[in-house]
Design a protein around this ligand. Structure first.
Ligand code: SAH
Length: 503
C-alpha cells in the first residue's frame, strides 16, 4: 500500500461533511498530517486520528502559499502521509493546480482526489439543475473577482455576455454590482433569471433569486456574503419546483446538540438530514467510575443473577468492553434474563445478538419493574443494574418494592465536557441558536455550569429548548427555565418528533 511520503490533494466537498468522497474519508483516517483550508468544514477533522498533526490555513493569520508548499514537501520527505484538504474540488480555483506543480517540481509523490465542487452542489441545494433539455445544453463557469490571485486572466465580459447556457459565477459576491452591470452593458438581457447561494449544502445555506438587474440589490438586502456563488440562466426558474433542500422541515434552524460526542453522531445526522444546522457542543462525557471493584465483583458472579438491566447504549458498550477483556466466550454471560431501558439500549444489545427479555414502554422505575415482572413476579430475583454512577435512585427503589434484590453497579460516571472541538461553542456564544436540545438532566447541569443558561436565554430571547423527558425538564425548571418542547416518547427520535411538531 503506497501512502507514506505521499501528499494527497483531497477535495473536501462543498460544505456538508456527508458529501466527502469515500476515498477522501479513507485518507483522512490514515493521514499523519492534515493541512486544511478555511472553506473546509472542520467537522471533517473528526475522521482524523487523534495524534494526527492538523494545520489550518487560518482566517486571521493566513498561512502563505509558499509556507503550505514547503510544509507539504518537508512532511512528505519525512515519510509522512500528508492530506492537503481543499474546499470543493482541488482543481477548481483555489490553487490546487499550483500546489500539484510544486509537488511535481520537488519530486514528491502525490495524488489528487476529486471532490464534489460547489459549482454543482450549491445550485442543486438551491433547487437549480445546471442543464435541462427544455432550457439549455451547456454551462459556463467564471469568477467575478478579477483581481483574485485565482484569476490572473482578465475576463472578457463582452464575450461572456454572448455565451448561451447557464452561467455560474464564483467568488463574485463582493463585486456583484460591477459584473452584473457589465454583463447587461454588453448585451445580456437584464431580465435573465439569477440566484445567489451562500454556504450551499450547509445547514446555514441562504439563497435569493431575482434577475441579472435586481440580484445585487437583493443580495445586499438579504445580507449574503462569501462563500457564495451566482447562477444565471432560465434554469433558475425551476427553483420553485425543485428546491428540495430548502423545503426540508428543519431547514435554516440552528440546533445545539449537547449530548456526549460518542452519542451525538446519529442524532446530529438525523437533524441535519432534516435540513438543520447543527452546533455540536458536547457537555458530558463518560469516565471510569470511582469504584470499579463492585463491577469487577459483579462480572465474576454474573451467573448468580436472574436479571441484567441495561439503561443506556453507552452502558451496554462499556459493559461488553470490560466483559471481553476478562472473558473470551459470550457464554460466560450466564443465563440471566436481560432488560433494556429504551429502544437505543435494546438495539445495542441486539447488535450483539442478545435477546431482550423485557423492554418497558415507559422509562420510569415502576413501569420498568412491571415490565420485568411480566405475568409473573420478580420477588426474590437477583437483579444486576448496570448503569451510570449516581444515576437516579427511582429505579432500584421500584425494583426493591417489587421484592427484587438489587445490586446497583456503576459502569461509568458522567463528567463535564468542556472542550470546544470545532469552534461550535464560540460560534454559539456569538450568534445564539434557534434550539438547544437536552437529552438528560446531567447535561443541563453541565451546560449551565459552562454557559449560564438563564443568562444565555436573556441574551438570545428567541432561543428555545427541547428536552427528552420529564426528568430533564425538572433539571431545567430548577434553573427557572421552561422547555418549549418535551418529547412525548422519551428517546432522541421522540425529541426530533417534538421539534418537527413546533418547527
Ligand atoms: N474548489 C472550490 C472552489 C474554490 S473558490 C470548489 O470546487 O467548490 C471559492 C469560491 O467557491 C467561493 O468564493 C464561492 O464562490 C464558491 N463556494 C465554495 N463553497 C461554496 C458553498 N458552500 N456555497 C456557495 N459557494 C461556494
Amino acid at each position: 500500500m503506497k501512502s507514506k511520503g505521499t501528499v494527497y490533494l483531497v477535495g473536501a466537498g462543498p460544505g456538508d461533511p456527508e458529501l466527502l468522497t469515500l476515498r477522501g474519508a479513507e485518507l483522512l483516517r490514515r493521514a499523519d498530517v492534515i493541512i486544511y483550508d478555511l472553506l473546509v468544514n472542520p467537522a471533517l477533522l473528526r475522521l482524523a486520528r487523534p495524534d494526527a498533526e492538523l494545520f489550518s490555513r487560518g482566517k486571521r493569520i493566513v498561512m502563505p502559499q509558499e509556507r503550505i508548499n514547503e510544509m507539504m514537501i518537508s512532511r512528505a520527505r519525512d515519510g509522512k502521509l500528508v492530506v492537503r484538504l481543499k474546499g470543493g474540488d482541488p482543481y477548481i480555483f483555489g490553487r490546487g493546480g499550483e500546489e500539484a506543480e510544486a509537488l511535481a517540481a520537488a519530486k514528491v509523490p502525490f495524488e489528487v482526489v476529486p471532490g464534489v465542487s460547489s459549482i454543482v452542489a450549491a445550485p442543486n441545494y438551491a433547487g437549480i439543475p445546471l442543464t435541462h433539455r427544455d432550457f439549455c445544453s451547456s454551462f459556463t463557469v467564471f469568477t467575478g473577482h478579477e483581481n483574485s490571485a485565482d484569476a490572473k486572466i482578465n475576463l472578457r465580459y463582452e464575450e461572456i455576455a454572448k455565451i448561451p447556457g447557464t452561467k455560474i459565477v464564483l467568488m463574485g459576491t463582493e463585486k456583484l454590482d460591477e459584473w452584473t452591470r457589465s454583463l447587461i452593458a454588453h448585451g445580456m438581457p437584464a431580465d435573465t433569471p439569477a440566484a445567489i447561494v451562500e454556504s450551499g449544502t450547509l445547514g446555514r445555506q441562504k439563497s435569493v433569486s431575482g434577475t441579472l438587474a435586481t440580484i445585487a440589490v437583493l443580495a445586499r438586502e438579504k445580507g449574503l456574503s462569501p462563500p457564495a456563488l451566482t447562477i444565471l440562466g432560465s434554469v433558475v426558474n425551476l427553483r420553485d419546483k425543485l428546491n428540495w433542500a430548502e423545503k426540508r422541515p428543519l431547514f435554516g434552524r440552528r440546533i445545539v446538540v449537547t449530548r456526549s460526542r460518542l452519542q451525538m453522531g446519529a442524532f446530529s445526522r438525523k437533524l441535519s438530514e432534516l435540513g438543520a444546522e447543527i452546533l455540536e457542543i458536547p457537555c458530558v462525557k463518560s469516565a471510569t467510575p470511582d469504584n470499579k471493584n463492585d463491577f469487577i465483583d459483579a462480572l465474576l458472579s454474573l451467573n448468580s443473577y436472574d436479571w441484567l438491566v441495561f439503561t443506556s447504549p453507552n452502558g451496554v458498550s462499556t459493559f461488553f468492553d470490560f466483559f471481553f477483556k476478562r472473558f473470551h466466550d459470550l457464554r460466560d454471560l450466564g443465563g440471566a434474563r436481560i432488560a433494556a431501558v429504551g429502544p437505543g439500549t435494546a438495539a445495542k444489545l441486539r447488535e450483539l445478538h442478545l435477546q431482550v427479555d423485557a423492554m418497558p414502554k415507559e422509562f420510569i422505575g415502576r413501569k420498568i419493574a412491571e415490565a420485568m415482572a411480566g405475568d409473573g413476579s420478580i420477588e426474590n430475583s437477583k437483579v444486576c443494574l448496570l448503569r451510570a454512577q449516581n444515576a437516579n435512585a427511582d429505579l432500584p427503589r421500584a425494583l426493591e418494592e417489587f421484592g427484587a434484590i438489587v445490586d446497583d453497579i456503576a459502569l461509568y460516571k458522567t463528567v463535564a465536557e468542556t472542550d470546544d472541538y470545532f469552534g461550535a461553542a464560540r460560534n454559539f456564544l456569538e450568534h445564539g441558536a434557534d434550539w438547544i436540545t437536552f437529552t438528560s438532566g446531567t447535561t443541563v447541569e453541565y451546560f449551565h455550569a459552562r454557559f449560564d443558561l438563564p443568562r444565555l436565554m436573556k441574551k438570545f430571547p428567541a432561543m428555545k429548548i427541547a428536552v427528552i423527558g420529564p426528568e430533564t425538564s425538572r433539571a431545567l425548571r430548577a434553573l427557572k427555565v421552561e422547555p418549549a418542547v418535551e418529547a412525548k416518547e422519551h428517546t432522541p427520535d421522540g425529541l426530533i418528533a417534538g421539534l418537527l411538531r413546533i418547527k
